[in-house]
Design a protein around this ligand. Structure first.
Ligand code: NAD
Length: 250
């Protein structure tokens, strides 16, 4: 019996084939969930959903666009009549130094990572409140906790730290409705977000800072998301769970 048998799950930014969202979607489907993959491109989202097997859904949704988030959730409720889990995974990063962050860099990175997490959460919360159950999992980053040092610039650290604050405040407000909200802080995970963008020297420096001596795999993050999404974490809310190979131990 899977940990998410009969559960309906929405995962944003899950079309990227080697990404954390896709790995999470695959693991959730293996555990019995019906999954909706939301991403920028409709065809990519549909393809990724098809990859999971029958019954899963792929939809275009730019998480920065509030009406688009609401429309996607309405379309899913028409089919499913409930939403049990939301994974706010969509994110972008940019390797900029503090003085190089232009207004449009700030807007892009803050919008997708933080505003998108807010808008998608707002789209599902009324349903979760009504159900008196739900689990929201937000993708933050070790960059939020230790001030970058891998790839993303200060604006990325700020956006992901914002995600942590939002997670904790939502957890507090929604706890009486039995809606749990938690964050994952991945360390360095090999996906397309940094693929080909790190020099061998940067890569070595990152690995030197990881006590476990290896980059994380997408499945490492997916496993943590499964824990937080399912009832085995029933008394966890407002937590930030590290998946970083020991690169930040606090
Ligand atoms: P990825 O680039 O492989 O996937 C990100 C996905 O988000 C892509 O499919 C992209 O199309 C989608 N996306 C971008 N903007 C969007 C928008 N406005 N609306 C909807 N979808 C959008 O990245 P990944 O490594 O799988 O990262 C997933 C999450 O994990 C991100 O939030 C990232 O910041 C976070 N994270 C990643 C790492 C890492 O080392 N890979 C570490 C810490 C945190």
């Amino acid at each position: 019996m899977g940990l998410l048998e009969g559960r309906f799950v929405v995962i944003t930014g899950a079309a990227s084939p080697r990404g954390l969202g896709k790995a999470t979607a695959r693991l959730f489907a293996e555990h019995g969930a019906t999954v909706a993959i939301l991403d920028l491109d409709a065809d990519a989202a549909a393809e990724a959903a098809e990859d999971l097997g029958e019954g899963h859904v792929g939809l275009a949704c730019n998480v920065v666009d509030k009406p688009a988030c609401e429309a996607a959730v309405r379309a899913l409720l028409d089919r499913w009549e409930r939403i049990d889990v939301l994974v706010n995974n969509a994110g972008i990063t940019q390797p900029l130094k503090i003085m190089d962050i232009a207004p449009e860099n700030y807007d892009a990175v803050l919008d997708v990572n933080l505003r998108g997490t807010l808008y998608m959460s707002q789209a599902v919360i009324p349903t979760m409140r009504q159900q008196k159950s739900g689990s929201i999992v937000n993708m933050s980053s070790v960059s939020a906790q230790r001030g970058g040092g891998i790839f993303g610039g200060p604006h990325y650290s700020a956006a992901k730290a914002g995600v942590l604050g939002l997670t904790k405040a939502m957890a507090r407000e929604l706890a009486p409705a039995n809606v749990r909200v938690n964050a994952i802080c991945p360390g360095f995970i090999a996906t397309d977000i940094t693929a080909g963008k790190l020099t061998p020297e940067m890569q070595q420096a990152v690995l030197d800072g990881i006590p476990m001596g290896r980059a994380g795999e997408a499945i490492d993050v997916a496993g943590c998301a499964l824990f937080l999404a399912s009832d085995i974490s029933a008394y966890c809310t407002g937590t930030e769970v590290d998946v970083n190979g020991g690169s930040l131990i606090h």
